[in-house]
Design a protein around this ligand. Sequence first.
Ligand SMILES: Cc1cc2nc3c(=O)[nH]c(=O)nc-3n(C[C@H](O)[C@H](O)[C@H](O)COP(=O)(O)OP(=O)(O)OC[C@H]3O[C@@H](n4cnc5c(N)ncnc54)[C@H](O)[C@@H]3O)c2cc1C
Length: 473
Amino acid sequence: MESYITIIGGGLAGTEAAYQIAKRGIQVKLYEMKPKVFSPAHSDANLAEIVCSNSFKSNLHTNACGLLKEELRKLDSLLIRIADETAVPAGQALAVDRKQFSKRVTEELEKMENIQIIRKEVGKQDIRKPTQGYTQIEEMAKEGIVIIATGPLTSDSLSKEIIKLTGEDKLYFYDAAAPIIEKESVNMEIAFWGERYEQERRKEETIEDWQKRIEKQNQASYLNLPMNEEEYEKFWTELVNAQIVTLHDFEKRELFEGCMPIEIMAKRGKDTLRFGPLKPVGFTDKRTGRRPYAVVQLRQDNKEGNLFNMVGFQTNLKFGEQQRVFQMIPGLEQANFVKFGVMHRNTYLHSTKLLEPTGRLKQNSNLYFAGQITGVEGYVESICSGMVAALNAQKQLKEKNKLQNPIIFPKTTMIGALMDYISTSNENFQPMNANFGILPPLTQTIKDKKLKYTKLADRALADLEEMLQIDDK
Ligand SMILES: Cc1cc2nc3c(=O)[nH]c(=O)nc-3n(C[C@H](O)[C@H](O)[C@H](O)COP(=O)(O)OP(=O)(O)OC[C@H]3O[C@@H](n4cnc5c(N)ncnc54)[C@H](O)[C@@H]3O)c2cc1C
């Protein structure tokens, strides 16, 4: 067994992983296909390229991504350090000078003696010739530990290898995710539980009794938000005029075939939504006792029942616009969006089935995955996943290839909660970004959102500190 670790992909996860391993005295071979081959969204020869927005989101601990960054700072994350050093003014957010950021990360890794950067596309035949029945990555994993961190736009050649290796049907998805909302932030004076026609089937009960019973039994999977004509018209006008994200050409070509954004559907006519996802039939508005003009439905999104997605609301609106326009829906005035809707091409594993919380592949103990390909979503989340895979991979190498005590972060930390989320069985798995909804709840109920998040963040940082102290002993 070789004494180096191979990393494939020099993006956000791969470079963080390379640094964490190399600084612990282990040799790293880092494969990056740029500048020979560029994905449709990459264009810079440097490593750790920021492909879209230059924001690493909020720095506040009362923001989930702010907490995640703070946890990563405590673990000496190279990328968060360089993000801090190359920050540009952005209020409470951490936004970076993207060119400087990638340049600095590249220079830092090039400086490290035990990192060898190899500019080649893995998956192409010139790297390792697979023997009968094995993929190239399995051949590489026979020689030592390999971390695959090739991101949402993993090259076709490698995607084919990963499909063969994991037995998955496909790895490409067109993420057309609707926003996800914390249930606690929905106004239950307006929202009501129930499925279409359910109320009509139960005419013998008053609406109030029916509501109470459903809520108590937690039977219905939908929360409904009724709109009257005036509310609907105002909402529709803002929706069709809202600002949208500019798509890459490859996304424009391939995206809309199966899944139409809500704003595009709305542009087809004022009533299109009322005959589609916002159909009001089969419901009674408890504010008026009459059928509403339109109904927005929220569907339960996680087992705990604290997160709900907006049914049919896959969208390309800018995040700020989603917040502004969707908060016009009665009952969502104070909605807390743990995830905004997105539509872009993505490559990710069915990680809840395939991966351990360390990022290691269950079926091959020498193969790890890191970054967005594991089903985490976002720059900082990808860095986090690179950190976790690296810490475990280097430990495995030092423990003579046996990972007896894997490094698993407490679920109360944002790092631990994310890794737990992507590796816990979930039929409806969708990529996940940092949010307070995935942390275990506090023992006491706190209504004030800011106070609640402060307490969750304090608990996370204290638990991480305790873990690091135990590890130091
Ligand atoms: C179009 C688009 C826009 C996005 N916008 C945002 C955003 O605004 N904010 C946000 O937080 N997140 C965004 N994301 C999501 C995600 O956070 C980023 O893509 C992030 O860079 C993922 O990190 P990563 O390390 O997993 O992959 P990447 O940073 O993409 O790194 C993967 C690296 O692997 C290399 N590679 C691929 N295949 C091979 C191969 N076969 N051999 C060798 N090298 C290979 C690539 O060239 C690349 O350098 C966006 C994603 C996409 C696709």
